[in-house]
Write a protein that binds this ligand. Structure first.
Ligand code: ATP
Ligand code: MG
Length: 985
């Protein structure tokens, strides 16, 4: 059997790699007669199969925006949301910690990052940037290979009725280099399920060993493929379902270790499954896509979609159909989940997707403007029942897509214009300048993808200066890396083995309830309790569990309880110190505490030895903690005030706070106006002024489910969960009839809060910027800092007022006017960067812009007037001739230049050079060469000759130039100027 298997494997290896095209156009339903099931029915059948027949809990799809996982651009597999289970870091009080067998249909986006199918989309008939992944999971060994394979086989062959002889399976054939044996267990399971031996093939680690990343949980997988040809001849295979058996951990040193717990993780693409069940070779010929293809045909008035690929697809019309249909689904799903087209990271990828869709729709399908937005309702219609967030945000999706489409079309037009203009300046063999291409590109100003710019140039038969472009790209990368926010140090972590070991030993999660034991003294100050605890385990820096640590060693401490707040929910970790009971004079500084799977790891540098079993006393840094409490309560008030000002649908997208400042991301259609910013601050101040009580209580998660107005962030909440309510006791706030959550701030939150709002003192929004379209990031300060920000704002407003007054007085002196203009520039810089109220910054910026413009106009007017007067004097002094070289008294180089210009206008045959002596021997110089003089006589060279004679410098063009120098002998400089010119004339 092994020999024939090996032969079959060799024969089929090529076919087995991703089948490039689900070729052919034929639609051949199975012989079983009933009409093909709809995609909705197929999805439902999957979910009810696992729920009803095999006792799985159904969980909703996670948002495609990854939660707390910077390694991902988009959620790209069903397992992403369960990563904390695989890593052992899941909060034991969360619902997820109780998951044993679950199933779902997960929205996945594979465009950018480790899984990127963007380039395949449109070219083949089976890859999408957005697709739905049906999956079932068994955690912690709930079931493993045998049950997983059996369930999959049962579902495909009995429920969906796919003929067994059309299915092929693969298993992991081992990796001698890594010391991994073949997964014969999986092979034998398939054989025992009746899969014909010739349909069971083995492959190496490339195909059949699944890894989450460079390190972390991993294991062999077994895949189920479908034979599209099905004629008994050469199979044409497409992968349907991947069953992963997570049983190893890839360590940092590259080795593999067995995991403390084993898991099953499976994923099957819904679109491919539906194609199989609807008897077609293409995912686009299913009811998931055909409404979109029809809408495209109607909207663009093109010939119908024919499903051609490659060379057969003349004019790439069918590819355009596919690209547009695929991309509009991705755009809709992403925007509904809060990822909007933008300038970096996932938003940038989305922007590229949108622009690719616009190009294909307008260039190939000749779509009318605004076309893409018109497809959104079709997406909502096909996917809205499965993913209600699409319905909820449909208007916003249409808006964003349409706006961006219009912006891109305008950019395209301007881009074409700029290219044409540039080409007019180029010689026949010149390369197209890299700077211009860059300024047109996505990284530059207009936002045209570089490949599009190249294509547009190619059409014109010009070549791009690619070397120059590569240099610019490199400079940009360097610039970005300098600008990037410093990556936060990750600190000590408990690894998957340490966590597994703790769970195996039955060590209970750290009791951190003492973090909430603080009280308000009658004097208004806070009193924080200390906490006595026992060292349960020590860890070295590399995560190894040890019984003791020596002097000077950086280590992690696990205690039975703690009053430290570990970083979570956007609140910075506490810091502080601990002492060993009985040895209170030796402080162990604790800069940070982190939570991992319910265990809180304190980071410390041990000034003395410490061992498991020691009793310690913990002290949090009270000023730091109080700062966090102020900022956290302020964050809730801000959230509440934003909803009051912008509307009840306003959603928080994230926040972070430490004692210095708070950051708050909010979904908005447009930047906040200065009036809105002021209104938000006003609402917060009101709540602060009333010094309301802040109520906190733990309640069953279920009690919070239907409270009107109560906000859930996209987060996993523990059960029971803490509710934080301002001004209204928690029980009342949760009473469904009370509506309290609509009238005050009520949030689920595990943070530490003030007990009364008064201590927030004040709140000022000091910064606001668009993170991406649809998301605004606010920065705010509170208390003393807020007061200071207001004072800075006041002071700057006064300065701007004074400058405006000076300007309106109207000076007759150019130098004074120039000084005023410079002051305005300095004020603008100060207003741009000061820590001050954002609403005021925006108002002052607008005022300064007007003032600056007025100042510049005044200067120009004064200069022109002065120059005219001086020109008159000079004309009186000089009779007509080829040359005027003279001195003029003015303090302004720009007046001097104007005099030269006016003289040359009045006496076009005269070349003019003027010097203007300044204090300390400085000299200003300006010149212009008359039209029609010899080509060798250039203004720049003339000015240079004179200014270098005075030890200075000059700049300009062939016709006009200016410069400066220093000399005690002005006459000699004038002689040089004359001699040079006479020599040239
Ligand atoms: P392929 O080799 O076909 O790209 P894959 O190995 O990348 O597939 P997995 O990561 O194992 O796929 O994902 C599990 C399942 O999800 C696949 O078996 C397939 O049915 C589906 N799938 C994967 N990528 C896509 C995609 N880009 N579009 C549609 N379905 C997909
Ligand atoms: Mg793939």
């Amino acid at each position: 059997m092994a020999a024939s298997m090996a032969a079959a494997a060799r024969r089929l290896r090529r076919a087995f790699r991703r089948s490039p095209l689900w070729g052919g156009l034929s639609r051949r339903p199975f012989s079983s007669e009933p009409p093909p099931a709809s995609a909705t029915a197929v999805r439902d059948a999957f979910l009810s199969f696992f729920r009803d027949r095999h006792g799985h809990q159904l969980v909703p799809s996670a948002s495609v925006r990854p939660r707390g996982d910077p390694s991902l651009l988009f959620v790209n597999a069903g397992m992403n949301q369960f990563k904390p289970i695989f890593l052992g870091t899941v909060d034991p009080r969360s619902e997820m910690a109780g998951f044993r067998r679950v199933a779902n249909s997960q929205k996945c986006v594979r465009a950018g990052g480790r899984h990127n199918d963007l380039e395949d989309v449109g070219r083949d008939l089976s890859h999408h940037t957005f697709f739905e992944m049906l999956g079932n999971w068994a955690f912690g060994g709930e079931y493993f290979k045998e049950e997983a394979c059996r369930m999959a086989w049962e579902l495909l062959t009995q429920v969906y009725g796919i003929p067994e002889d059309r299915l092929w399976v693969s298993y992991f054939g081992g990796d001698p280099k890594a010391g991994l044996d073949p997964d014969l267990e999986s092979r034998d399971i398939w054989l025992s399920l009746g899969v014909c031996a010739s349909h069971v093939l083995s492959f190496g680690p490339q195909e059949n060993f699944w890894e989450m990343g460079n390190t972390g949980p991993c294991g062999p997988c077994t895949e189920i493929h479908y034979d599209l040809a099905g004629r008994g001849g050469a199979p044409q295979l497409v992968e349907l379902w991947n069953l992963v058996f997570i049983q190893h951990n890839r360590e940092a040193d590259g080795s593999l270790q067995p995991l403390p717990q084993r898991h099953v993780d499976t994923g099957m693409g819904l679109e491919r499954l539906v194609a199989v069940l609807q008897g077609t070779h293409s995912t686009y010929d299913t009811d998931l896509f055909s409404p979109l293809l029809d809408a495209i045909q109607q909207g663009c008035g093109v010939s119908p979609y024919l499903g051609r690929v490659g060379a057969a697809d003349e004019g790439r019309t069918d590819m355009a159909y596919r690209v547009v249909a695929d991309h509009i689904r991705t755009l809709s799903v992403c925007i509904a989940d809060g990822v909007c087209p933008g300038m970096s990271g996932a938003p940038l990828v989305l922007r590229r997707i949108l622009r690719r869709a616009v190009r294909f729709s307008t260039e190939v399908l000749r779509a009318p403007p605004g076309f893409l937005g018109s497809l959104v309702p079709v997406v909502v219609e096909t996917l809205g029942d499965a993913y209600p967030e699409l319905r909820k945000h449909s208007a916003q999706i249409v808006n964003l897509v349409s706006e961006d489409e219009a912006a891109f079309l305008a950019s395209l037009q301007r881009g074409r214009h700029i290219i044409d203009q540039t080409l007019r300046r180029l010689g026949p063999s010149d390369l197209f300048p890299a700077e211009v291409a860059w300024s047109l590109s996505l990284s530059g100003n207009l936002g045209l993808p570089l490949d599009l710019v190249e294509l547009m140039l190619e059409e014109k038969g010009v070549q791009l200066d690619s070397a120059g472009l590569a240099r610019l790209a490199q400079e940009e990368t360097q610039h970005r890396s300098r600008q990037a926010e410093p990556a936060q140090e990750r600190g000590l972590q408990l690894n998957v083995h340490a966590l597994g070991e703790l769970q195996r030993r039955g060590v209970p999660p750290t009791d951190d309830s003492p973090k909430y034991s603080y009280s308000l003294r009658p004097s208004g100050g806070y009193e924080f309790g200390t906490c006595e605890a026992q060292v349960l385990q020590l860890y070295t820096e590399d995560g190894t569990a040890v019984a003791s640590v020596g002097k000077g060693q950086r280590c992690g401490l696990l205690l039975d309880k703690t009053n430290f707040y570990a970083e979570q929910g956007g609140q910075a970790s506490d810091r502080g110190y601990l002492v060993r009971v009985g040895q209170e004079d030796v402080l162990f500084p604790v800069p940070r505490a982190q939570v991992c799977g319910g265990f809180i790891l304190h980071e410390a540098v041990a000034p003395e030895g410490l061992k498991v079993g020691d009793q310690v006393q913990l002290h949090v840094d009270e000023a730091w903690r109080l700062g966090c409490m102020e900022k956290h309560t302020a964050t809730h008030l801000l959230n509440w005030a934003l909803r009051q000002t912008l509307g009840p649908g306003t959603e928080q997208q994230g926040s972070h706070l430490n004692p210095e400042r708070l950051r708050f991301d909010v979904a908005t259609q447009a930047p906040l106006t200065p009036e809105q910013l002021r209104a938000v601050e006003g609402t917060v101040q009101e709540a602060v002024g009333q010094d309301e009580a802040v109520y906190m209580e733990e309640v069953a998660l279920a009690r919070t489910a239907h409270v009107p107005g109560l906000r859930f962030l996209d987060e996993v909440y523990p059960d029971p969960v803490r509710v934080v309510s301002v001004g209204v006791p928690v029980a009342e706030a949760l009473d469904l009839a009370s509506q309290a959550a609509l009238q005050t701030s009520v949030e689920l939150c595990c943070g530490t809060h003030l007990l009364r709002t008064g201590a927030v003192g004040d709140l000022v929004i000091v910064g606001e910027r668009q993170l991406s379209r649809g998301t605004t990031r606010l920065l705010a300060v509170t208390g003393e800092q807020a007061q200071q920000a207001r004072e800075v704002g006041q002071a700057l407003a006064q300065e701007v007022g004074a400058a405006a007054e000076r300007l309106s007085r109207g000076s007759q002196d150019v130098v004074e006017a120039q000084r005023l203009s410079k002051d305005m520039g300095r004020l603008t810089d100060a207003v741009d960067t000061a820590v001050m109220p954002q609403w005021q910054r925006r108002e002052l910026q607008a005022t300064l812009k007007v003032l600056q413009r007025r100042a510049n106009t005044a200067i120009r007017k004064l200069e022109t007037g002065q120059a005219a007067q001086k020109t008159q004097e000079l004309l009186r002094r000089h009779s007509e001739g080829p040359l005027i070289v003279d001195t003029v008294s003015t303090e302004s180089l720009s007046v001097l230049v104007k005099v030269v210009r006016q003289l040359c206008e009045r006496a076009p045959r005269t070349s003019v050079l003027l010097l203007s002596p300044q204090p300390l021997g400085h000299v200003l110089c300006a010149c212009q060469v008359a039209q029609g003089t010899t080509p060798a006589f250039t203004a720049e060279a003339w000015a240079l000759a004179v200014c270098s004679h005075m030890g200075g410098k000059a700049w300009g063009s062939q016709v006009v130039a200016q410069g400066t120098g220093t000399t005690a002998d002005l006459e000699a400089a004038l002689r040089t100027a004359r001699a040079y010119a006479l020599n040239q004339l």
